[in-house]
Design a protein around this ligand. Structure first.
Ligand SMILES: Cc1ncc(COP(=O)(O)O)c(C=O)c1O
Length: 437
């Protein structure tokens, strides 16, 4: 191995590019799309292909009810509505998250309250979530980032103990399991995203159709509330059984969050080949985990024992320990690895994941104008908003500067993985040369 680091003028180790060889089955997508176009089926839900897709996904997950929406964030919003999140409530979300995970709750009049993450995997820390519970807390959002599953036993137990709904954000976790049960088949409501494409694991969600979302639940009441909230003209609204909701006609409460049939046609093909892509990307992840055992100071994210995770979207996070590298910053280490040709997808400085440091949460925001809303003065039974500041979440803040993410592949080119590992070994072996710069 040539020891001179590429970042210092040496030759990069990784010479194989365009490393993903898997091809999305576009012909299958076109066949389904052609049928929809010929049938003039460009709008509608609760019938035809959209209904078939929901049935197929519902059976795949093993849930009683499944509804598709036009985006994952709106699937989440309808879930918050279903569990009766409303003005003056609080909703707890991990501070290492994504605006879409809790945005729906804000728009329904609730205040997001952030909690810490587990230092081993950046997933919600249930104990800190419990500490953040007040009499106003209505729901907790647990996000299965990158298909790695939150500690669901503890979170569901907290939900039961305090009578708080648990919404699972499974935007990246279609087909993942907890305790041999598919994510989406237990708990209150689970939400999935269909955003992007499946061209490579990083170009979209594990089941993708451009834009779209899905909710699954076993609760008849939650299902009915979602129907009336945002599924204008769905035929199922005629068959509601909950007395309070039987007053509605097919217009429900008037919102229309339904998915586009063409998007669901593409998503159907993705669902058909999901298990293959899960298997292949799992194999890739297992190779990463095996090789990183030999690289001290670089710890792959932890999975709880009951997890059968997937690794299609979001890659595999590696937690960097600067003490093992005499204080060399993770940013400099990652720059050196990238210079060797390794495609790192996220790394230090991805502060957009730290929600509390966004100005709307540190300074507050006049949400609905006229000095109203949850991020300003008192609002209904919410006290005055006190902004977050740096230092409020030391674990998440530390991790945001000391991690990076390696993408997974479905059908990587022969030799590509070995070159990537060789690149890491080279940087680890020669890190001292980066200290003296
Ligand atoms: C963790 C997480 N939650 C929710 C969403 C929202 O999904 P959508 O983009 O379909 O609205 C995303 C999308 O990237 C996500 O990554």
């Amino acid at each position: 191995m040539n020891d001179k680091l590429a970042i210092q003028g040496g030759s990069p180790v990784v010479t194989i590019d365009k490393s993903e060889q898997w091809k999305r089955p576009i012909k299958k997508e076109m066949k389904l799309i052609k049928e929809l176009l010929e049938d003039d089926f460009l709008s509608g839900a609760g019938t035809g292909l959209p209904k078939e897709f929901e049935e197929n996904f519902r059976k795949f997950i093993g849930a009683k009810y499944c509804l598709t929406t036009c985006a994952g964030n709106l699937a989440l919003m309808s879930a918050f509505y279903a569990v009766k999140v409303g003005p003056g409530d609080e909703v707890i979300a991990p501070v290492w998250s994504f605006a879409s995970s809790y945005a729906g709750a804000i728009h329904l009049g609730a205040r997001p309250v952030f909690c810490e993450v587990d230092p081993r995997n950046m997933l919600i820390d249930p104990k800190d979530a419990e500490r953040k519970i007040t009499k106003r807390t209505r729901a907790i959002v647990s996000i299965h980032f990158g298909g790695n599953i939150c500690d669901m036993d503890t979170i569901l137990e907290i939900g039961r103990k305090y009578g708080i709904a648990i919404i699972q954000d499974a935007a990246h976790a279609h087909g993942a399991e907890w305790d041999d049960k598919k994510i989406g088949s237990f708990g209150d409501i689970t939400c999935f995203s269909l955003q992007g494409s499946t061209t490579t694991p990083q170009s979209g969600k594990p089941v993708a159709g451009g834009e779209g979302g899905i909710v699954t639940t076993d609760s008849r009441e939650f299902y009915e509330r979602m129907l009336i909230y945002c599924h204008l003209h769905r035929p199922e609204i005629r068959d509601l059984v909950t007395p309070d909701y039987r007053i509605f006609d097919e217009e429900g409460l008037g919102l229309k969050f339904r998915a586009h049939p063409l998007a669901l046609a593409i998503a159907q093909v993705a669902l058909d080949n999901l298990e293959y892509r899960i298997r292949k990307t799992n194999e890739f992840r297992e190779k990463i985990l095996k090789e990183f055992k030999e690289l001290s100071g670089l710890e792959p994210e932890y999975s709880y024992p009951k997890t059968k995770r997937i690794s299609i979207y979001g890659g595999v996070k590696i937690i960097y320990n600067p003490d093992e590298f005499e204080g060399l910053s993770c940013g400099r280490f990652v720059d050196a690895v990238k210079a060797e040709g390794v495609p790192i997808i996220k790394g230090p400085g991805s502060t957009q994941k730290l929600q509390h440091l966004k100005p709307q949460f540190s300074k507050g925001f006049d949400l609905w104008g006229h000095n109203r809303g949850t991020l300003g003065r008192e609002f209904l039974n919410l006290p005055q908003y006190i902004g977050y500041k740096k230092g409020d979440f030391p674990i998440a803040e530390y991790l945001s500067e000391n991690f990076f993410t390696i993408p997974t592949y479905i059908e990587p080119k022969e030799g590509f993985f070995d070159q990537c590992i060789e690149a890491f070994q080279k940087v680890v072996k020669n890190y001292k040369t980066l200290l003296s710069e």
